[in-house]
Design a protein. Sequence first.
Length: 98
Amino acid sequence: MHLLDTDEARVLARPDGAEILRRLTIVDERPPGWRFVRNEGERCAALDVSVPDRFPCSVYDVRPDDCRIVEPGSPACLEARRLGRLGTSVEWHRPRNT
């Protein structure tokens, strides 16, 4: 996934933001020089694999906008977890209009 300028600014607002960008992203050398989140195999590099069966995002508070549009436990989330071999996530239920 690529980061927008607003995503980079959000990360850099954290005291460790420059380190996060250095550790978790790469910049494509070809113009226009997009910044991408690294993948560790088939998994996002920001996932904390030290928490078995949960794999929380280590940068959740400053995650990119593309991550923000995927609701935790939604069908898109569950499919991404399946493709990354992360097992299942929480069950997703669409909120009911009352």
